[in-house]
Design a protein. Structure first.
Length: 221
């Protein structure tokens, strides 16, 4: 169902573009679906290491929220790789990011959601910096349970730069919302093509087997 909604949104967008007689890229075609004003993040400026970070966002959409995610990364990493699914109650959505390690000086994150009409919308990006604190901020968590993350990449990675935790990373169900809002290029998450080829066989060996089989047949065995 999720895939159907997203595909329908893509088709409608491209039909409208075609009618206008314009040639746009994949990301340009989605530009009308990006409206940062609909997402307001609680913008905390800093975090302390070795604790989880709680992301809170308020989403105002009259159509309703179908799914919301927080894509996040080490600020020195070029592309977003993973996201944490958000829990939404009304227009309030939240999630937790994994424990940070000592190497993470700054982290970037962005909230992306899909509404019930299939539009994919993102917030403005936000950056937090590390500080050495004696008191845990209220936007960080002591939670120790395993954390489930997802990736739009064809092959899930085993770890995330700047984070350490009991992390399990799974491949997403195929709704590439990060691509739809231009967080990374489509070629990074192109599905893998696995071709099973039989092992190469020496042609002389093949001919010898054929001759042996012919001889056996002539001898009446």
């Amino acid at each position: 169902m999720k895939n159907a909604i997203l595909i329908l949104a893509v088709l409608v967008t491209f039909v409208n573009v075609a009618k206008a007689g314009e040639i746009l890229s994949f990301f340009d075609a989605f530009s009308n679906s990006i409206d940062a004003s609909k997402v307001k993040i609680e913008r905390q400026k800093y975090f302390t290491k070795s604790f989880r970070i709680i992301v809170n966002a308020s989403i105002s959409d009259s159509v309703g929220i179908y799914e919301a995610r927080t894509y996040f990364k080490h600020s020195m990493t070029k592309n977003y790789q993973v996201y944490a699914p958000m829990t939404c109650r009304g227009n309030s959505c939240f999630t937790e990011l994994p424990l940070t390690d000592a190497s993470l000086m700054e982290l970037d994150f962005v909230v992306v959601y899909q509404n019930s009409a299939g539009e994919v919308i993102k917030s403005d990006p936000h950056t937090m910096e590390k500080r050495d604190l004696l008191e845990l901020p209220i936007w960080q968590s002591l939670n120790k349970k395993a954390i489930q993350l997802y990736t739009d990449y064809a092959k899930p990675m085993q770890s995330i730069r700047g984070f350490r935790d009991k992390i399990n990373i799974k491949k997403s169900t195929g709704d590439r919302l990060g691509v739809a809002v231009g967080l990374y290029p489509l070629e990074l998450i192109a599905p893998e093509v696995n071709v099973d080829c039989p092992p190469a066989q020496d042609i002389n060996e093949s001919l010898k087997k054929a001759e042996d089989n012919s001889l056996i047949s002539k001898m009446g065995f």
